[in-house]
Write a protein that binds this ligand. Structure first.
Ligand SMILES: [Ca+2]
Length: 135
């Protein structure tokens, strides 16, 4: 039993590269990105449906910046899109709305100067990995 538990712990840490950190201080998109880069890793990158659902649970009904912007569309860490969850009618702002928020699990583009909450990617610490699975 101990061996399999240790094995599981090892596997979890291997896959837990980043977790999400909700920041309830409204900022514009660029300031939010700078905040995330200074204190954590970067604005949140959403790579698949489970991660999108995790974000949806974390932020409740708030509007939150994520790391996506249009240049063309890519993540603030330079990654290209492999997954999207646009709301119906989005993206729709043309040149005025190149930054992306998540609201109730769906994405929309919006003016980057708007100050709203945001979500960072944060590195998993060992204690967080443990508390998530063993407590
Ligand atoms: Ca929009």
């Amino acid at each position: 039993v101990i061996i399999s538990r240790r094995k599981y712990q090892y596997i979890f840490i291997l896959f837990c590269i980043y977790i999400f950190k909700f920041i309830s201080t409204p900022m514009n998109w660029t300031s939010a990105m700078e905040y995330c880069r200074k204190h954590h890793v970067d604005l949140a990158v959403v790579r698949n449906l489970p991660e999108n659902n995790q974000l949806k649970e974390m932020v409740k009904d708030e509007y939150n910046w994520i790391g996506l912007y249009r240049d063309p569309w890519k993540w603030s860490d330079g990654k290209l899109l492999s997954y999207t969850k646009w709301n119906i009618g989005e993206p729709n702002q043309g040149v005025n709305g190149p930054c992306v928020f998540l609201h109730k699990g769906h994405w929309g583009d919006y003016e980057c100067e708007s100050a709203i909450y945001f979500v960072c990617n944060k590195e998993c610490s060992e204690s967080e990995s443990h508390s998530k699975d063993f407590h």
